[in-house]
Write a protein that binds this ligand. Structure first.
Ligand code: SAM
Length: 283
């Protein structure tokens, strides 16, 4: 696998994550993108339609394509769609989930979002989606430069990142209950949580300030099934860095500490609260 962000908890983090990604994200990335497509893309000057050519880059198991299929009537599905990720298991999961989809033409490929030069010509796509991945790139500007290069003039880029990534708050609360003396688990590229950073990266990548719109989204997860999926994510190996330095006895207390911290999050916010920045930029 190429260039994984050094602050992800495991060396093959996204390969391990691929098979249970949708469940363990509590559908958060999917549900926010569905709302963005409905409220921001389809109401824009560049809605997705039957003549569109769409790239979902760093797509995980095909979340962008799934959101488009969930939201658009079949008469508006894009004529061509590229779903790409640099982790082979994510690409296979996308292929499996889209095999029976009503999309007229979808290709699932293993590609590095930061360098698409050997696979995608300039000015190709009408839409480029980059959903909750920018903070996992080693070179985020490289990825948005490629989004800019591969979009047609007038094409629309949709880039989302977290403003509040709920699992990180919950995991930190769980850590503080067991070993408050140890460092809190790091998060990759925390600068992206700050207002303005995503927009600056887009401007440095070629998008003009006046062609960028920023929108905020909030998703409060209340469904038992989605909360159970998120709890599984936080209890298991994907968050192993949170337990570094733990004794066996402390490890055994982890799941209960996560459950208690989830309960406190729900008491405070009425559910598990995610907040996101959404950038819509026209080339
Ligand atoms: C948090 S997931 C988001 C997945 C999906 N877009 C979604 O909406 O849920 C981040 C994804 O970015 C992928 N990724 C990380 N670095 C990448 C790169 N350089 N090129 C392509 N994909 C990359 C990971 O493999 C993972 O599937």
């Amino acid at each position: 696998m190429t260039s994984q962000h050094p602050h992800l908890p495991l060396p093959d983090y996204f390969s391990k994550f691929a098979s249970n990604y949708v469940r363990q994200t509590g559908n958060a990335t999917f549900n926010i993108l569905v709302e963005v497509i409905t409220e921001n893309v389809q109401t824009s000057a560049n809605p997705i339609g039957k003549d569109s050519v769409v790239h979902d880059t760093a797509a995980g198991p095909g979340i962008g394509a799934a959101a488009i299929v969930a939201r658009l009537p079949s008469s508006d599905l894009p004529k061509e769609m590229l779903v790409s990720d640099n982790v082979a298991m994510m690409v296979s999961a996308a292929r499996e989930s889209l095999i029976a989809s009503p999309l007229p033409h979808v290709d699932c490929k293993e590609l590095d979002s930061q360098d698409l030069s050997s696979s995608v010509p300039d000015n190709y796509f009408t839409h480029s989606i980059n959903n909750f991945s920018i903070f996992t790139f080693v070179r985020p500007i490289g990825a948005l430069r490629e989004a800019y290069r591969t979009l047609r003039p007038g094409g629309l880029a949709v880039v989302t990142c977290w403003r509040r990534f709920a699992p990180m708050f919950i995991v930190h609360a769980a850590q503080k209950k067991i070993r408050p003396d140890l460092p809190l688990m790091p998060t990759p590229s925390p600068e992206f949580y700050k207002e303005g950073v995503l927009q600056n990266v887009a401007e440095e990548s070629g998008f003009a300030k006046e062609d960028i719109t920023m929108v905020d989204k909030v998703l409060v997860i209340t469904e038992d099934e989605n909360i159970a999926g998120l709890t599984m994510l936080m209890s298991g190996p994907m968050m192993s860095k949170a337990r570094e330095g733990y004794t066996e006895e402390e490890e055994l207390r982890w799941i209960d500490s996560v459950r208690q911290s989830v309960k406190e999050e729900i008491e405070q916010f009425g559910g598990v609260r995610f907040e996101a920045y959404v950038l819509l930029a026209t080339k």
